[in-house]
Ligand binder design. Structure first.
Ligand code: PBG
Length: 331
């Protein structure tokens, strides 16, 4: 426990808060654009298509995604996390579209790398955007999600991503053993520099609602994801998940959702001392935007506050739909 000196007459905590210079001198955490990962949706059509449940967020065409990469570079945002919208025609029971080297994600990766090679590109490894049932894995007839058969497909998907220029793959599926299987395949195939950001502690959360609209899996999802994503009541379990993923070869780990799980962010970062990212997910963004649009909160102020809180909790970075806006304000 921290030892505090005994209070004596004249101790006044407000002394250091009296002027901006003093507050900035003693501030314990500083948010910069370098702490942000910009979450971006891509689609196969033309131009930009607004996502109704995420005001201010659009699905981007491949050409627009290339411009976003340039924008990230200009704003000092180090990396973009890509999420594909796949229409009903691109989905099937096995999510086979996820394995196509000529698919939307590989094409977007190439265009973005050409446009701004300095910007890190992170891909989502999971089948949900591509499956007709909306699950992150395969779906057996009895309604269960088979672990090992799913992992085999995820390995192939990860290889397609790094082959197309992804710097980091981020498995978000929560199957057991997928980090080790992907790491092994990367070593075998010579992708020894490819990074793995594991969604190590990902919870079965209601905060993903708007995302599922954005990637077109909301209507598709059959049932829920509670047999693979974590129970929101648990945090010891998160530490076990993180320990396993690190042992299997993850370079960075993630906690998701973000703000309601800051205790988990803090436990993970202080227990393991490894780069820990937090994902400020779609429902968190939507809450802030909805309240701001009603004039109930100051949206920009709450955006900055929440992002700073992630740093205070020990996050090395934050994946957020606010990245562009926040970086503009910080700039
Ligand atoms: C799925 C995935 C999800 C998100 C990122 N990757 C949704 C889910 O697990 O159902 C959610 C992100 C967000 O809500 O912003 N593999």
């Amino acid at each position: 426990m921290t030892q505090f000196p005994q209070a004596f007459p004249g101790t006044r905590m407000r002394r250091l808060r009296q002027a901006p210079w003093a507050r900035s001198l003693v501030s314990e955490n500083v948010l910069t654009p370098a702490d942000l990962v910009w979450a971006v949706f891509v689609h196969d059509g033309e131009g930009r298509v607004p996502v109704a449940s995420l005001p201010g967020v659009d699905r981007l065409s491949v050409a627009e995604a290339a411009l976003a990469a340039k924008r990230a570079k200009a704003l000092g945002i180090p990396a973009i996390a890509l999420f594909p919208y796949i229409g009903p025609e691109g989905k099937d029971a096995d999510g086979s579209g996820a394995l196509s080297p000529g698919g939307l994600v590989p094409r977007a990766l190439k265009a973005m790398k050409d446009a701004a090679p300095e910007v890190g590109l992170i891909t989502d490894v999971a089948l949900d955007a591509y499956t007709s049932h909306g699950h992150d894995g395969l779906l057996d007839e009895d309604g269960s999600i088979p672990n090992d058969a799913t992992v085999e497909r995820l390995v192939e998907q990860a290889l397609v991503h790094v082959g197309a220029g992804a710097d980091v793959v981020a498995p978000s599926d929560m199957m057991d053993g997928r980090i080790g299987a992907i790491r092994y395949a990367f070593e075998e195939e010579g992708f020894t520099n490819a990074m793995i950001l594991s969604y190590a502690a990902k919870y079965a959360s209601g905060f993903y609602g708007p995302y599922r609209e954005a990637i077109g899996s909301a209507a598709a999802l059959k049932g829920d994801k509670k047999t693979y994503q974590q129970d929101p009541a648990n945090s010891d379990e998160a530490l076990r998940e993180v320990a396993l993923d690190l042992a299997e070869g993850a370079d960075m780990v993630m906690v998701k959702p973000g703000l309601p799980y800051l205790d988990v962010v803090q436990r993970v970062s202080s227990t393991f001392g490894v780069p820990t990212l937090a994902y400020q997910v779609s429902g968190e963004y939507a809450q802030i935007m909805a309240a701001a649009q009603n004039g109930w909160i100051d949206g920009d102020r709450v955006m900055m506050e929440t992002l700073t809180c992630f740093k205070r909790a020990g996050a090395a970075g934050v994946i957020t739909y606010f990245a562009e806006r926040a970086a503009e304000k910080l700039g």
